[in-house]
Design a protein around this ligand. Structure first.
Ligand SMILES: Nc1ncnc2c1ncn2[C@@H]1O[C@H](COP(=O)(O)OP(=O)(O)O)[C@@H](O)[C@H]1O
Ligand SMILES: [Mg+2]
Length: 249
């Protein structure tokens, strides 16, 4: 029998982090379901990136609690969070520029071999199949032999998403994944993100409201480290508080 989880997969409760007295995240609470795609928006400096830092373990909170699938993440080490399925994409794409698309995906395949081990490892068909499956989803199936530094900025963003997907994380954290993408790439990315959220919880930080609308997810608005509003895109765009601090600018 599979374990029974509480209603929410991710529970962030009363979370606070203080940097020399400045609260970048301030008594913030958010619940995300399994199979949910959640978009987090808010003005610059609202604490969005810091929130992801706290969830992935890059930053330790001053107070509050983070629970994922009954694992208490609050003070868990970053690598231990990866082991329970937390995958994080940072704002700037970080791929191995000299390695091909195939090799970038291969070194990300969970095996504990690391970059050098993977390069000399005899490829099993299981690994190759998985790489092809992910490469298709991230629109790079025809670029498998292309070195990553020859990809467009948008394709690098996709590759980095693929490097996370290859280990099938249960919680996927993406910080502004369409930054620097063309209109066409953004459209493809919206399809990709709506597709990959099945079977996991996904949190996306975004500020392009047209793109947020395409994602069609529940939206959480942060302001000065606090929760300002939560709801669907129509509710958010009509919310006077959100218009005042964010959308009006
Ligand atoms: N390590 C840190 N030390 C001090 N201040 C920080 C640190 N990290 C973030 N901040 C501050 O916290 C606030 C929120 O930052 P951030 O989470 O990056 O906002 P956002 O991603 O919403 O633009 C900013 O004022 C930023 O300068
Ligand atoms: Mg940020």
């Amino acid at each position: 029998m599979s374990p029974v989880y509480p209603h929410y997969a991710l529970e962030v409760e009363d979370l606070t982090v203080s940097f020399d007295g400045f609260k970048a995240v301030d008594n913030f609470t958010m619940y995300v379901e399994k199979d949910e795609l959640r978009t987090v928006i808010g003005p610059n400096g609202a604490g969005k990136t810091t929130l992801l830092d706290l969830i992935c373990g890059r930053t330790r909170p001053s107070a509050g609690k983070i629970t994922f699938m009954e694992h208490d993440l609050t003070y868990m080490a970053e690598q231990a969070r990866v082991a329970v399925g937390v995958g994080r994409k940072f704002q700037t794409p970080s791929v191995y520029p000299k390695l091909t698309v195939f090799e970038n995906l291969e070194v990300s395949y969970p095996s504990g071999r690391g970059v050098w081990g993977a390069l000399f490892f005899k490829r099993s068909s299981e690994v190759v199949d998985r790489i092809h499956e992910v490469a298709k989803r991230i629109f790079l199936i025809d670029q498998l032999k292309t070195p990553a530094d020859l990809l467009s900025h948008g394709q690098k963003q996709w590759l980095e998403i693929g490097m996370l997907l290859i280990s099938d994380p249960a919680l996927l954290l993406l910080d502004e994944p369409v930054a620097g993408m063309t209109v066409r790439e953004r459209e493809q990315t919206a399809d990709l993100l709506r597709d990959i959220c099945h079977g996991r919880s996904t949190i996306i930080i975004e500020h392009d409201m047209k793109f947020v609308r395409k994602l069609a997810s529940k939206v959480t608005v942060m302001h000065q480290g606090k929760l300002l509003a939560e709801g669907n895109i129509d509710e958010i765009e009509e919310n006077p508080k959100v218009i005042e601090v964010y959308l009006g600018h």
